[in-house]
Design a protein around this ligand. Structure first.
Ligand SMILES: Nc1nc2c(ncn2[C@@H]2O[C@H](COP(=O)(O)OP(=O)(O)OP(=O)(O)O)[C@@H](O)[C@H]2O)c(=O)[nH]1
Ligand SMILES: [Mg+2]
Length: 234
């Protein structure tokens, strides 16, 4: 008898104060379920959750956010995995937001990558969330940045965003990061894929991946050449 009544009361309170207000404390304490539910609220983009997300925004601002972008298959997830392991080894907590429909984090992926990702699961110093849902124009960028804020408010020291650098929404997301890493890989056709994707100029750090390949040096040379040209053009 009393259980439904209690449920109704909680519902009424939520309606009054806004969706997700009851999760704020859990998020601040780093509670995994509260974090996951708050990010889901951001994705759902209901107006009733705006007050809670505004509160999250007020609590954010301490984490260093690193955006990692490059064309499909350039090695973003491999780099994210390596960075996450290094960050954990240094004792810091890391949040990962993958905005990539083909990412190992989001399911459309090669099984091998998915299995390797499990090295990081089961560690409460790592939180991985994929954002594969496509909303209205701008919706993806907004909810992804809110997801970053949720992880920030939850006390993660570093937040890594993986995104394919091809859609404007995704480019907007990585550009909102403190540090932007653009990956170029040898053997993917065009020498510097970032030029084709139009993302060369947003990089703070350029990475040439797959350096075990013999054609990696050519990619480095091409990249350096393009960057020198870019500087001269300015
Ligand atoms: N030889 C070699 N292969 C690599 C290296 N890094 C990544 N790969 C391979 O390149 C492929 C793509 O790597 P991912 O890290 O999944 O690339 P991604 O950019 O995240 O790919 P998408 O999420 O699908 O866009 C995989 O088969 C990796 O095993 C590397 O350093 N050397
Ligand atoms: Mg990936």
């Amino acid at each position: 008898m009393s259980a439904p009544k209690k449920k109704k009361t909680i519902q009424k309170t939520a309606e009054k104060t806004g969706l997700g207000m009851d999760l704020l404390d859990g998020v601040r304490k780093g509670n995994v379920r509260a974090i996951a539910r708050m990010i889901s609220l951001a994705e759902a983009a209901k107006p009733e959750s705006r007050p809670a997300l505004a509160e999250i925004f007020r609590n954010a601002g301490n984490a260093h956010v690193i955006g990692i972008t490059g064309v499909p298959g350039s090695g973003k997830s491999t780099l994210v995995r390596g960075l996450a392991k290094a960050i954990r080894a240094s004792g810091r907590r890391v949040g990962i937001v993958a905005i990539d429909p083909s990412s190992p984090f989001s399911g459309g992926a090669i099984l091998g990558d998915r299995v390797r990702m499990t090295e990081l699961t089961g560690d409460d110093g790592v939180f991985i969330r994929s954002m594969a849902t496509r909303g209205a124009l701008g919706g993806l960028a907004r909810s992804s940045l809110e997801a970053v804020d949720v992880l920030d408010a939850a006390g993660f020291d570093l937040i890594l965003i993986e995104t394919v650098g091809v859609g404007q929404d995704e480019v907007d997301v990585v550009q909102a990061a403190h540090t932007v890493v653009v990956i170029s890989a040898p053997g993917l056709g065009d020498e510097i894929q970032a030029i084709k994707a139009g993302i060369l100029e947003i990089a703070d750090i350029h990475v040439v991946s797959k350096c075990d390949r013999s054609d990696a040096n050519a990619t480095i040379t091409d990249l350096k050449g393009m960057l020198t040209l870019g500087v001269r053009a300015m």
